[in-house]
Design a protein around this ligand. Structure first.
Ligand SMILES: C[S@@+](CC[C@H](N)C(=O)[O-])C[C@H]1O[C@@H](n2cnc3c(N)ncnc32)[C@H](O)[C@@H]1O
Length: 240
């Protein structure tokens, strides 16, 4: 199953929780960084004046545009851009959001600096992402699994690491909300089209984790299927 069809990515309740956490004004102009299939951008477009989604993958941008057309949302648009160098002037947006993308960036601090630059003073920056264990060795075990499964994975920050990243960029953190995504290992591996020999290694590492509690993913078997939990954190912050 492709990533864009994953239930947890399309989940409207989850999208609406993110929009609700930001609580944007109807007049807001919103930027969605690393928009992928555009679900986050389109959820904001339902309640805001204007939304721009950016991504570096052409296929994702095409998909986002298809979703936009299907939903007849004329106040959203998508364009190609790298998160580390956004093609917008300073203070262009009221809200800057990014979901499930920080763990793909090579230089997350650079992306947050860009997000802050294009946000107006008093505006909102909202980041939702996976978070890893606070214990470096356990976080490294998770990253090892994640990178094997998807080489575009860079690093999952801990909740403390994510909050520190935003505070260091000068942001005032306003709200934090944690949640869990239940993952079925086989579905998760098929989403990333992980080659079978690598998938075998991933399964073995998850099963070691199940036995010895090595990462915080808390793998377990249910009805013969290997499952685990991804912890996520949504941070809503204000540009001072
Ligand atoms: C896991 S998807 C998340 C998609 C979307 N934000 C969502 O939550 O549904 C990650 C996206 O980040 C994009 N991406 C990764 N690195 C990027 C970068 N440096 N600049 C822009 N987009 C990037 C990828 O192309 C991909 O579409």
């Amino acid at each position: 199953m492709p990533f864009s069809q994953t239930a947890s990515i399309r989940d409207r309740a989850r999208l609406q929780r993110l929009v609700g956490a930001v609580s944007p004004a109807k007049s807001a102009s919103v930027l969605d960084i690393a928009t992928g299939p555009g679900y986050v951008a389109l959820a904001f477009a339902e309640v805001c004046r204007e939304v721009i989604g950016v991504d570096l993958t052409p296929g994702m941008l095409e998909l986002a545009e298809t979703h936009r057309r299907q939903r007849k949302l004329s106040n959203a648009s998508f364009q190609s851009a790298v998160a580390e160098k956004l093609p917008f002037p300073a203070r262009r947006f009221d809200v800057v959001v990014s979901r499930l993308a920080l763990h793909h960036f090579r230089a997350p601090a650079r992306v947050i600096t860009e997000a802050v630059r294009v946000c107006r003073p008093g505006g909102t920056i909202a980041i939702e992402d996976l978070v890893a264990s606070e214990h470096p060795r356990r976080a490294a075990y998770q990253d090892h699994i994640e990178k094997l499964r998807d080489p575009s994975h860079t690093k999952t920050l801990s909740a403390t690491g994510l909050k520190r990243l935003l505070a260091r960029a000068g942001l005032e953190i306003q709200s934090l909300s944690s949640s869990e995504l239940l993952q079925d290992a086989e579905r998760w591996l098929s989403t990333s089209s992980t080659p079978e020999p690598v998938a075998r290694k991933v399964r073995a590492l998850l099963m070691q984790d199940e036995k010895h509690d090595l990462s915080g993913l808390c793998p377990f078997h249910s009805d013969g299927r290997l499952q685990f939990r991804h912890n996520t954190l949504t941070v809503v912050a204000r540009k001072i």
